[in-house]
Design a protein around this ligand. Structure first.
Ligand code: NAD
Length: 407
């Protein structure tokens, strides 16, 4: 079994799909691992460390991918990489499949079996493979660090000989995986933290982290969580009540971190231009949903927008990539945990169980066809409009689009 780890071709992607720790484990599984030269450089891993872990280094993607049974990447392979990968090879990455049907077709035509890590079902067995969680957690942490760096004051209260500095007030909007880590991080930095969400389960989670929960807790709130654990899109009436509550709260905040997403929908608009202008000069908003349309009016993907009063809206893209070393380690472990299930320990070869629920949920292309029900062209087979994987189409969409926030 030959495994190739390729460099990322997207200039905005510093992460890498394997680290020395996972290379060692693949070698122990019986694999020959080939890493493209400099694949880990932007994530702080040099070729020599991969070699010390048992890999060989190849000078180009062609050399690395030649004869590989399995290709590991962070992002979907580009057309020029596909030509280097042999027919029948397995490719595992964050494929970002929604809205990229042409690219999926290209992978099918290249004859590869493509697996999309972000479609992994959120079940106990697959928690260790959950790239959305591993990357969103880091994004939540980094959002607070980025917010603190842009803020011209300190976060903790400080009592000094020259006088007392008050603690910063940090408000987290959306308390999923990223939001919970943002709360914990802001608390560790000494801020006074409040948080909001539309899912009732989050109230206890927020309070257990030592933050105060702020939300419109009406009848609609009580049923705002789907069976899958995601948020529903709220009614216009709820959104109005929420906006009124948020408007008075936000005017007193120093840093606002927004992470709110709804499966299959654009990110909810939570912070209006009026709310932004109600904040004190020098306040900072960090919009983690910016790649899905944004939670904050005026947020721009890839930019820090500063208004005339000095309020900043931070719209970094690929936020996990801003912690490329840690994000790569966790992603690489997620990948190893999944790949291990595809390998026969006796024969030390790939032996994919095509009826395994994790395989069925994540496989996009096989034998020249797009095989995932959510992405097959209309009329190509039964269930072409619905997912066969226990994840509703909208939730799968959530996974996919969210990955672009985390990818
Ligand atoms: P997400 O990225 O889909 O959304 C982020 C947060 O935004 C959510 O908490 C959501 O409720 C919130 N939100 C949506 N609309 C909002 C609005 N109008 N106002 C305020 N907040 C709003 O969420 P996620 O991080 O993927 O987590 C979703 C769920 O999945 C959670 O229940 C989480 O505990 C669960 N989860 C389960 C597993 C597992 O079982 N393996 C792993 C990870 C997450």
């Amino acid at each position: 079994m030959r495994i190739a780890v390729l460099s990322e071709t997207d200039p905005g992607e510093p992460r890498v799909a394997a680290v020395p720790e996972t290379v060692k484990k693949f070698v122990a599984l019986g694999a020959d691992v080939v890493v493209q030269s400099d694949a880990g450089k932007l994530a702080g891993v040099l070729d020599g460390e991969y070699e010390a872990a048992g890999a060989t280094i190849a000078g180009s993607a062609e050399d690395a991918a030649r004869d590989a049974d399995l290709v590991l990447k962070v992002r979907r392979p580009a057309a020029e990489e596909l030509s280097a990968i042999r027919k029948g090879a397995v490719v595992v990455a964050i494929m970002d499949p929604y809205g990229h049907e042409a690219e999926l077709k290209a992978m099918a035509e290249a004859g590869v079996s493509a697996f999309s890590m972000e479609l992994m079902p959120r079940i106990t067995r697959a928690q260790v493979m959950d790239v959305l969680s591993s990357q969103a957690n880091l994004a939540g942490y980094r959002a607070v660090v980025d917010g603190a760096a842009e803020y011209g004051r300190s976060l903790p209260m400080m009592m000094t000989a020259a006088g007392t500095v008050p603690a910063a007030r940090v408000f987290i909007m959306g308390v999923g995986v990223a939001g919970l880590q943002a709360i914990a991080t802001a608390r560790r930095l000494g801020a006074v933290v409040t948080a909001t969400d539309v899912r009732p389960a989050t109230k206890e989670q927020v309070e257990s982290l030592g933050a105060k929960f702020v939300a419109v807790e009406d009848e609609e709130f009580k049923s705002a969580e789907t069976k899958g654990g995601y948020a529903k899109e709220m009614s216009a009436e709820y959104q109005k009540k929420q906006a009124e509550l948020v408007a008075s709260h936000i005017a007193k905040q120093d840093i606002v971190i927004t992470t709110a997403l709804i499966p299959g929908r654009p990110a909810p608009k939570l912070v209006s231009a009026e709310m932004v202008s109600s904040m004190k000069p020098g306040s900072v908003l960090v919009d983690l949903a910016v790649e899905r349309g944004g939670n904050v009016a005026g947020a721009k993907a890839g930019e820090i927008v500063t208004d005339e009063r000095g309020v900043k809206i931070v719209g970094h893209t690929n936020v996990p990539g801003r912690l490329a070393a840690t994000a790569s380690s966790l992603y690489a472990r997620n990948l190893y945990a999944f790949v291990e299930t595809l390998v026969d320990k006796e024969s030390k070869a790939l032996a994919i169980k095509w009826d395994d629920e994790l395989v069925k949920a994540t496989i996009l292309t096989r034998d020249g066809e797009v095989v995932h029900d959510s992405f097959r062209a209309k009329g190509d087979g039964p269930g072409s409009e619905a997912s066969s994987v226990g994840l509703s189409k909208s939730e799968a969409n959530q996974s996919s689009t969210q990955s672009s926030a985390t990818a």
